[in-house]
Ligand binder design. Structure first.
Ligand code: NDP
Ligand code: A1CAB
Length: 274
């Protein structure tokens, strides 16, 4: 076992994004990153980049200190059963990205290990994730190490575990919500005469610019909006029409629905496993 090794159990959409993020910023050497899934053919490209690819969760766990659980919620019990006999307290720290699965639930399955709930998003592949973190008591000794890892992959925020469902909707699903806004803006731009490629280029840079203004100026969105809305001008006309059509309301309702869905799925799974 090497203290620098990390295992990503379940290299699907998010697991691959995490693996790519860890390697491409130089934080982990490719050979220190172990990725697993049952169908390893589809992650052959990671092997070509020098990562360790295997379909054996237990083999990966034996080699690694950091164990990232990246399977879908319904697949978690199988993975925990696979790895439980190979876990030991001196060696392993578990990090779960799994939606709606509490630290307590993982402790019930494998015992009282250092466990971190982490909620990143797919922008982790390009070191632009927002990652929300919650730690159990045993994981408090490794808190700084974990924060350092995720800080290299974007921004981090430590939150109460109870807030994880809200954070999932805002931070992880949020990538998809933002993408849909960019796509809609692109389609609008095309209707106004720009070609598709130019329209998307503009929409992407505008989103980046808006985010950067808020991050750099630490300002409120309405302060920045006031600077754009010339009296009687085109911006306020467009903005008010978007609000008449329910823009803010649609976003808030979407986030609440996403949050409620997390609760529903969690309750269903708990009923099934009771
Ligand atoms: N996608 C996202 O943006 C985010 C996802 N999450 C959470 O991350 C988790 C993964 O999501 P996502 O990446 O989208 O899901 P995917 O289905 O894309 O990835 C899950 C992967 O796990 C693999 N897998 C399933 N069973 C096993 C097993 N027994 N051993 C090893 N690997 C296995 C699957 O591959 P195979 O079938 O080949 O084994 C699959 O590639 C979920 O719990 C989700 O809630 C959290 C935040 C953001
Ligand atoms: O949609 C989902 O359930 C997962 C969790 C957050 C992002 N994707």
């Amino acid at each position: 076992m090497n203290n620098s090794n990390v295992a990503i159990l379940g290299a699907g959409n998010l697991g691959i994004a995490i693996a790519e993020g860890l390697v491409s910023n130089g934080q982990f050497k490719p050979e220190n990153v172990f990725v697993t899934r049952r169908n390893t053919k589809s992650i052959q490209f990671l092997k070509d980049k020098g990562l360790q690819v295997t379909n054996s969760n237990s083999e990966a766990v034996k080699q690694c200190r950091w164990i990232m659980l990246c399977v879908q919620p319904a697949q978690l019990d199988n993975v925990l059963n696979d790895i439980k006999p190979h876990l030991n307290l001196e060696q392993h720290v578990l990090l779960s990205v799994i939606t709606g699965v509490t630290i307590d639930k993982i402790v019930q399955s494998v015992g009282d290990f250092p466990i971190v709930r982490s909620m990143p998003n797919t922008a982790i592949a390009v070191q632009q994730s927002m990652t929300c973190l919650a730690f159990n008591d045993r994981a408090s000794q490794v808190e700084q190490e974990i924060v350092d890892i995720f800080n290299c992959l974007g921004e981090t925020l430590i939150i109460e575990e109870e807030l994880m469902a809200g954070a999932t909707a805002l931070c992880s699903s949020g990538i998809a919500f933002n993408m849909r806004f960019i796509r809609a803006a692109t389609q609008g731009g095309i209707q106004l005469g720009l070609d598709a490629e130019d329209a998307q280029k503009i929409a992407v840079q505008v989103s980046k610019g808006a985010s950067t203004l808020l991050a750099v100026n630490e300002s409120h969105p309405e302060q920045e909006i006031d600077k754009v809305t010339t009296p009687e001008g085109c911006t306020i006309a467009g903005l008010n029409e978007m609000e008449h059509q329910g823009l803010s309301s649609a976003v808030i309702k979407g986030l609440v629905t996403s949050f409620q869905r997390i609760q529903i799925l969690k309750e269903q799974r708990e009923k099934e496993s009771a």
